[in-house]
Design a protein around this ligand. Structure first.
Ligand code: ADP
Length: 227
């Protein structure tokens, strides 16, 4: 039978690109006839690490999508989670991947601990941060923050990128939906990130929403129940 793991037509192509890049850079670095200087080695290893992170995130998304497809919902393993600390760690990881963007953390202190599936929430944060970088090609500030009420803990990711029309805002959480634009066609993506982020947030009893306008950047808000 055909694989049910990666049931999506484009997914094999999406996986091949980072693998090809990693292999290419590794092969170049290990050429026996070449003597690379320290800086070249460092730069190339940086690309390898970055592509491995990207590949990892993509595999996570494809696995989650196939699980969701097979089971109809997502099972969660809940523990005490500090979303502000997760966000800080994610920002550290993304900072090394871009020099065009400046990251700013703005969590209310103290920010409440919540019961949630940490790995799944990390996936949501990674998807939102990755999009914030991808869809603000001129760089700028990416702000990650959070605040809480007695019943809800909210976190958000704000970019100053290309933004979204009202029409696109209605569809971006649909499976495989990608905005039809020059930037999207140049940018790697599966159209699964926001679909899965929404499924994960909903499995927690929360909601996700976007506030945006074309060329005015976008802010994605995730509202999670406390307790
Ligand atoms: P993709 O893998 O294509 O990035 P997503 O599900 O994460 O898939 O996002 C769906 C589409 O929504 C993207 O293709 C992009 O057009 C749009 N989008 C997502 N995040 C942003 C953002 N921060 N700014 C502008 N457009 C965005």
């Amino acid at each position: 039978p055909r694989s049910t793991l990666f049931p999506y037509r484009r997914s094999s192509d999406l996986l091949k690109t980072p693998v090809a890049i990693i292999k290419g850079y590794a092969a170049t670095l290990s050429r026996p006839d070449a003597r690379w200087d320290r800086k070249t080695i460092q730069d190339n290893l940086g690309v390898i690490e970055e592509e491995a992170d990207r590949l990892n995130a993509l595999i996570q998304n494809l696995l989650t999508a196939s699980k969701l497809q097979a089971q109809g919902d997502l099972s969660l393993t809940k523990t005490e989670v500090l979303v502000d600390e997760l966000a800080e760690l994610a920002v550290e990881r993304f900072t090394s991947q871009t020099n065009k963007h400046k990251f700013k953390l703005k969590f209310q202190s103290p920010y409440p601990m919540i019961y949630a599936d940490e790995a799944r929430l990390r996936q949501v944060i990674d998807n939102l941060l990755s999009n914030a970088v991808k869809y603000s090609p001129d760089g700028g500030i990416i702000e990650v923050g959070g605040y809480a009420t007695t019943t809800t803990a909210t976190f958000y990711v704000r970019d100053s990128g290309v933004g979204l029309s009202e029409e696109d805002q209605r569809h971006i959480f649909d499976r495989f939906y990608r905005v039809d634009s020059k930037l999207s066609s140049k940018t790697q993506g599966s159209g699964l990130g926001l679909y899965l982020s929404k499924a994960i947030v909903q499995a927690h009893g929360g909601t996700i929403e976007v506030k945006s306008a074309p060329n005015r950047g976008s802010t994605f808000f995730v509202h999670l129940p406390r307790v």
